[in-house]
Design a protein around this ligand. Sequence first.
Ligand code: UDP
Ligand code: UDP
Length: 458
Amino acid sequence: MTSSAETQPAHEAMRPHVVLFASPGMGHLIPMTELARMLASPLLNLAVTIITKAPTLSSSENDKESFCSSLPSSVNVVFLPKTDPCDNSFTEVFLSASSSLPALRETIRSLKSSTKVVALIVDFLSVDTIDVARELDLPFFVFGPLSLMALSFLLNSPVIDRETTMEFCDMPVIKFPGWCTEIHGIDLGAAYQDRKSESYRMALHMANQILKADGILCNSFYELEPGLASILKDKEPNHPLVYTIGPLVRSIPNQQLDSSGCIDWLNHRPNDSVLFVSFGSEGTLSSEQITELAWGLELSQQHFLWVVRCPNGSSGTKLLPEGFIERNKGGLVVQSWVSQTEILGHKSTGGFLTHCGWNSVLESIMNGVPMIAWPLFAEQSINAKMLVNGIGVALRPGVQDGSIVPRDAIATVVRELMQGKGSRDARKTALELKAAGGKALSEDGSSFKNLSEWKKSI
Ligand code: UDP
Ligand code: UDP
């Protein structure tokens, strides 16, 4: 698909046109395309172009093409040529935006020559594109596919940097106004664990660029993070106005993806009986931890559907204890990319052991599924603390000191979530949040109102 601006009728050329720039990685592309769908819906009626990089070779990328082609015809997708290979780590993704600047500038110039481009919205890891927006005289907005709490940390990080020289890992308590719980410095991503590192410099630069934006659209919703939503919605001199516009979660599942037969397998399991275990598009565990998780699932005696992903694409099933598959007929182990939203929406799925990537969290909530939090990198530990200690929609294995989580702790928390008393509150909260999330996106809901307000501002 490419832009069809030249062939548009005159009234179409006058419709306000918003350009979105997505960072590589499914965790960034999926919510951005959902944002495009919402902006192009009849109620908001904006023309939308998504600009992103041509598919790379990761396992998810077949999904990327088919996902983009599922968009309504009023949303154009422009694939920029792929430049350097990008491994989707924070630093690589961040740098890849800079290498796209010339192509981005040319694409927007060409769109501007025939349509009424009114704003550029970019993923928060691609904020160096602000230079293009300023050059082309376009309002510049940042899209944050992350929790308000993680966003709030980012917005505050330059202040911490200025006011203290202490390493983050030595800060026992970090808490800002509106946070539903406190965190420890070690809950921050790898970039924050060494203030002399290049990735810390980049994270700080990213935060400073975000602070220059004309506004921030965050994929959370008022009812999920009310304290912070109220605080960040007030225009303050020290940060741009933050609009909560979520929960934007994948609305079109990719049925062709069920090559491993997950849905058919789930169809034959009792309601709410299966724990879905997956660590997102990138997350992998050490071989020792995979073995321990396998034993934990076996000891829990619960049904499970486990997506095993190994570093460098090596075979995960080789790391499972001998005879594991044969002994655990109530479990299914797959190694492929799965249709996660369909699995979470299936009536047999009763729990989700997740790495707490923000899309996975929202997808779980929007299907009323309580979680076990198992954060791995980036802002996931912030999300985990919020879900477990602040909101109460997730449980967490008892042992969490950064070392291997042992099988007994895993079995205990799995049993607790699937059968125990502790899960009742988490399940109830998940269902309440599901209802609140659906309402937030409806015509008189908080997120839809925020997006309409944002539209008026451009
Ligand atoms: N996803 C999927 N199938 C998979 C793995 C991931 O559809 O096998 C989707 C998942 O539903 C979510 C996104 O990929 O929408 C992952 O985003 P998230 O923020 O949870 O984690 P990340 O992959 O960015 O760490
Ligand atoms: N970050 C994020 N989502 C991502 C990657 C990074 O929110 O998918 C942000 C987050 O604020 C995090 C910072 O980038 O604290 C740096 O993350 P980290 O150094 O852990 O990234 P890694 O290189 O380990 O992926």
